[in-house]
Design a protein around this ligand. Structure first.
Ligand code: ADP
Ligand code: MG
Length: 697
């Protein structure tokens, strides 16, 4: 029995009730879970300051002194308890907005205390709200050094589980269970890379003796975390490669050549050429291709996809393209049809609303092989859809497709088809290495020539008059306009511009133009019809929710107005902005917000105003919000949260961990060496527990 699996309710100071809170609030069930619940920061408590040294820029301060008197001030909600505190060099106020009785019962005047907290200026005096207070015993017994801080929730605090309480429980956990901590990395990995052994690392991360030991401990734990993710991905990739054989596309034939000579509407960009070459080589190796193609919005991925599908056709295979929505699939279908006009290629569209009769025809065509390119939605992966010889599947705007759905495609052919996943959501490199660690990545890093960069403008919602005037000007020049709202129904926030209201309002403001409306709760048919009206320029203004986020291509649209832009994440704003700037004319993106904005939101808006570069924006997003909370990654389905490593900052450790993992697998693919058994054990264990490995691929 592994003792570190002991239920935390048996720990000193925990018990069933607190255990329940820890289970629910922070997913800590066992002693081991607790040991892996790491502090989010450390504060140096060795230095004691004097009151006369206090200044308003200090994030926190530690003082030694005594309370001279308590006093209650204010009325109602502003009522507060104040303690006047001095150390002989000056006075500072300690303030509590609740729990006055508890404080006055517990703390006495004229008794030496160590207090700790953030000083703020209030009136002409500094105060510290809700300080930590400890009795001062003597210098030897005072807790000094780095003090760990643990994240706690409101609920935990209500049950006396604040950071300090966690620390106390941690002390107990260590004294009872430290002897049971067993190493989780092979001996060789530890010694060769001079890593701190696990027991010591866990001890130092919770009770750091000094900053240098703390750093070594954190390094070891970050390494381990990233190492196992990489080991898992690499092992999975190797297995897949050995199991699956890919179709070999050896030649470029008539279809591609004819298309290139007669139908290509514009010269390819260098980036497009490079990708086509890369993928061609990939599809000729005999291994099944799994490639992620990242290209900013408007970089011309559709054309690349089509040319790659033609290579499949040239080699006697069928090809297929999947899109996440009916609108998008339909649009791809029309684009591809048009691009292939005059060529003898059989293309069909299959979606949820394809009629039974057409469906039967399509099923037949696929089986006989007459049908060469099938464009569609999820409908494509249904079991009833059988191909005669499917060679390549392109998945557009990948983040809407789950991995399980992708895997289903493999069964569509004797040899699994090559798979090209296309996404406009730029994924920072470190994240790509983690989330898509088994996919090869290609990047289109160039936009077609002649595009004017989109001008992004931040506009306060009070200045609606000016906004409507500039929209009207564009409309009068024959351009079209999108207006996006964050929600479709009146929400609890009444100030939120509502789509329905907005729709009526816009109709009133622009009576001379036709306004259409698209939102997520419409039936696909209705949605498509409205969309089509905009595509055909029967409607000049489209009022929509974020359903138009991906893919839609209306080059004549030159203005994207985003209402309540403060409610959107950076990558979403970038995606939406990408709906314009697709033609040769100057396009605009207008971010409408109220005047009052948080500092973080203002930063986000400024990044949008200053940058058109999706990768730069994705990096900024990662930095601003951290990967766990990153919208782009949620969309791309990051299946786990990291406990200690940080993908923004620990890119180097990640690369290193990946190298080490690869080295081990090269030497011992099955991890059978006695030294490596620990790896198998850990993978098995983590598989059932901390990470949802099944989703990583
Ligand atoms: P995305 O990568 O966002 O899917 P699309 O494939 O929709 O981009 O292409 C955006 C627009 O750019 C389309 O109107 C397309 O016809 C055009 N386009 C694609 N490649 C080129 C090129 N090499 N030169 C000029 N325009 C191009
Ligand atoms: Mg696209």
């Amino acid at each position: 029995m592994d003792h570190t699996q002991t239920d935390i309710k048996f720990l000193a100071g925990v018990g069933p009730k607190k255990a329940d809170i820890l289970n629910k609030e922070i997913e800590v069930y066992s002693v081991e879970d607790l040991l892996y619940y790491f502090p989010y920061k450390y504060i140096d408590r060795s230095r004691i300051y004097f009151v006369h040294e206090v200044d308003g820029n200090m994030p926190y301060i530690q003082l030694k002194g005594r309370i001279t008197a308590f006093e209650t001030a204010g009325e109602g909600r502003k009522k507060r308890l104040i303690a006047h505190f001095t150390d002989g060099t000056g006075f500072i106020d300690l303030v509590w907005f609740q729990g006055a009785k508890f404080i006055t019962d517990k703390y006495k005047v004229n008794t030496p205390y160590i207090i700790f907290g953030k000083p703020t200026m209030f009136g002409d005096r500094f105060n510290i709200a809700h300080p930590d207070i400890d009795p001062y015993i003597n210098e030897e017994e005072r807790q000094t050094g780095l003090m760990p801080y643990y994240n706690t929730t409101e609920k935990m605090k209500n049950h006396y589980l604040n950071s300090k309480a966690i620390q106390k429980i941690m002390v107990g956990a260590f004294s009872s269970f430290a002897k049971n901590i067993t190493e989780t990395l092979p001996e060789k990995v530890i010694t060769e890379n001079k890593l701190m052994p696990l027991k010591q690392a866990l001890r130092n991360v919770h009770f750091p003796e000094n900053t240098s030991l703390l750093r070594d401990a954190q390094y070891r734990l970050k390494f381990e975390e990233l190492f196992y993710i990489q080991l898992n991905i690499l092992k999975y990739t190797a297995e897949r490669k050995s199991k699956l054989k890919g179709s070999v596309f050896t030649k470029v034939g008539d279809y591609l050549n004819t298309f290139y000579e007669r139908n290509l509407p514009f010269p390819l960009t260098n980036a497009q050429k490079r990708i086509i070459k890369e993928v061609r080589q990939d599809m000729a190796t005999g291994e099944q291709m799994n490639r992620l193609l990242q290209g900013d919005v408007g970089s011309g991925k559709t054309l690349v996809a089509l040319m790659l599908m033609l290579i499949a056709l040239d080699n006697g295979f069928q090809a297929s393209m999947m899109a996440p929505t009916e609108i998008l699939a339909t649009q791809h279908f029309h684009t591809i049809r048009e691009l292939l006009s005059g060529m003898d290629i059989n293309v069909e569209l299959l979606t949820g609303s394809t009629k039974k009769k057409d469906r039967e025809r399509i099923h037949n065509g696929l089986l006989t092989g007459e049908l060469q390119i099938l464009v569609g939605t999820h409908a494509l992966i249904e079991d009833t859809v059988q191909f005669s010889n499917l060679g390549l599947v392109v998945i557009d705007e990948q983040h809407r497709f789950g991995v399980a759905q992708r895997a289903k495609l493999w069964t569509k052919n004797v040899n699994p088809p090559h798979i090209l996943v296309m996404t406009a959501t730029p994924i920072p490199r470190t994240l790509a290495m983690t989330v898509y660690g088994d996919l090869d990545v290609s990047v289109i890093d160039e936009l077609p020539p002649g595009r004017k960069p989109i001008q992004t403008i931040h506009q306060y919602d009070k200045k609606r008059g000016a906004l409507y005037e500039s929209m009207r000007k564009q409309l009068q020049e024959g351009r079209q306009v999108y207006i996006v709202y964050p929600l479709i129904e009146e929400s609890e926030k009444l100030d939120l511009k509502n789509l329905e209201e907005g729709f009526k309002h816009i109709q009133e403001v622009f009576p001379e133009f036709t306004v259409c409306k698209v939102h997520g709760k419409m039936k696909p048919k209705e949605k498509d019809a409205e969309m089509q009206r905009f595509v055909n320029n029967e409607a000049q203004v489209m009022v929509a929710t974020t359903v138009i986020e991906v893919g839609v291509n209306v080059p004549n649209a030159s203005v994207m107005v985003i209402e309540s832009a403060q409610r959107f994440g950076l990558s979403q704003l970038h995606q939406l902005r990408g709906r314009v700037g697709r033609g040769a004319d100057q396009s605009y993106c207008i971010l409408v917000t109220p005047y009052e904005l948080s500092a973080e939101t203002r930063k986000r808006i400024n990044i949008m105003v200053e940058s058109n570069d999706g990768f730069e924006i994705a990096e900024a997003d990662l930095k601003l919000r951290g990967p766990g909370d990153l919208e782009g990654t949620q969309q791309s389905g990051i299946p786990f949260s990291l406990k200690i490593a940080n993908l923004t900052r620990d890119g180097e450790i990640l690369k290193f961990a990946r190298e080490i993992a690869q080295g081990i697998l090269d030497e011992d693919p099955q991890m059978e060496h006695p030294d490596n058994l620990v790896l198998r054990r850990q993978l098995r264990k983590l598989g059932g527990n901390r990470y949802n490995w099944g989703l990583i691929s």
